[in-house]
Design a protein around this ligand. Structure first.
Ligand code: ZN
Length: 311
């Protein structure tokens, strides 16, 4: 089966410095790449993750403040919640930490046996921390959060659709997901095992508003695939299934295809290689503004238009 795990989740956020302060200063993630949106080079693209930005740990943002983008609507056809994995005894630490930073925290119902807290960033994106003893991944420990509480990576995402049948058919028949659990209004699927980082929850609600992309909403979720050959093979299968799939796009740190699943959520399938050390040493990840080779000739213009940020 072609899909290995989650690769990354990408959102549209408001202010660049607020985003850095939240992801680095509150969540304690590592900034693994500071670049620009390859489809709009006057907007930053920040990638956060573990030490190397291992697929399955990556959260990425486009800070669109002052670019005329309206606040989005959360709803059907979108990733509505992004959940990170933390150690099982760490939620008391996190509740206190988030409140110290002025962030309201809500305890939500334990989900499939794991405790969950929910909160938002300043753009209005909804996040969860899920406490689990099923996550062997090593966290980034040179950040601001101590090792026994630090985020291990993505736990799962919740996608919202009105009608789950066709979504589940695509995910199980083509992408290799299996249904692993179910509760009212939510079906959990997983691929490559069911550990954190391998999970997508399909929330279904016939009455849900249609999602509108904009500030404070997730743009897409990406899944990891082992090789470019597998990616091309899957692309053909998706086309046969009836999906409109993009050409392979070179994102420098991975290669990607994009398509909308039947519930209208934008899915990306991204290769594992070459990763974030393709253009800078692991010790220096995220320090300098990195541009794809085809944008280097525009560097002066790009730098002049981006807001100055402190990392
Ligand atoms: Zn992406």
């Amino acid at each position: 089966m072609p899909i290995l795990s989650l690769h990354h989740v990408t959102a549209t956020v408001d202010d660049a410095q607020d985003d850095l302060d939240f992801c680095l200063g509150v969540l304690g993630l590592r900034l693994v790449k500071k670049t620009v949106n390859f489809d709009n080079h006057h907007v930053y693209h920040f990638y956060y993750g573990d030490e190397r930005g291992t697929p399955g740990t990556i959260w990425t943002t486009f800070p669109y403040k002052d670019h005329g983008v309206k606040v989005g609507t959360k709803g059907a056809g979108q990733v509505t919640v992004t959940s990170f994995s933390v150690p099982s005894a760490s939620l008391a630490f996190w509740r206190a930490r988030l409140r110290e930073h002025g962030i309201a925290v809500t305890d939500v119902e334990p989900r499939f046996g794991e405790e969950v807290i929910q909160f938002s960033d300043r753009s209005g994106l909804v996040f969860e921390l899920i406490a689990t003893d099923r996550d062997p991944r090593s966290p980034w420990t040179a950040g601001v959060v101590r090792a026994d509480a630090a985020i291990r990576g993505l736990h799962s995402v919740t996608i919202t659709v009105r009608e789950p049948v066709a979504t589940l058919e695509l995910m199980t028949a083509l992408l290799g997901y299996a249904i692993v659990d179910e509760t009212e209004g939510r079906i959990r699927v997983a691929v490559g095992g069911s550990a954190p980082g391998h999970i997508i929850d399909v929330a279904h609600d016939e009455q849900a508003d249609a999602a509108v992309n904009g500030l404070g909403t997730v743009h897409h979720v990406a899944m990891a695939i082992a090789s470019e050959d597998e990616q091309l093979r899957l692309r053909e299968e998706l086309i046969q299934f009836g999906c409109k799939v993009t050409e392979v796009r070179d994102r420098c740190y991975f290669k990607s295809i994009y398509f909308r699943e039947p519930g209208n959520v934008l899915f990306e399938v991204a290769t594992m290689a070459p990763g974030f050390t393709a253009d800078e040493d692991v010790t220096r990840l995220g320090r300098d503004l990195k541009l794809p080779p085809w944008e280097e000739e525009n560097r002066a213009d790009i730098e002049a238009h981006l807001s100055a940020v402190k990392t």
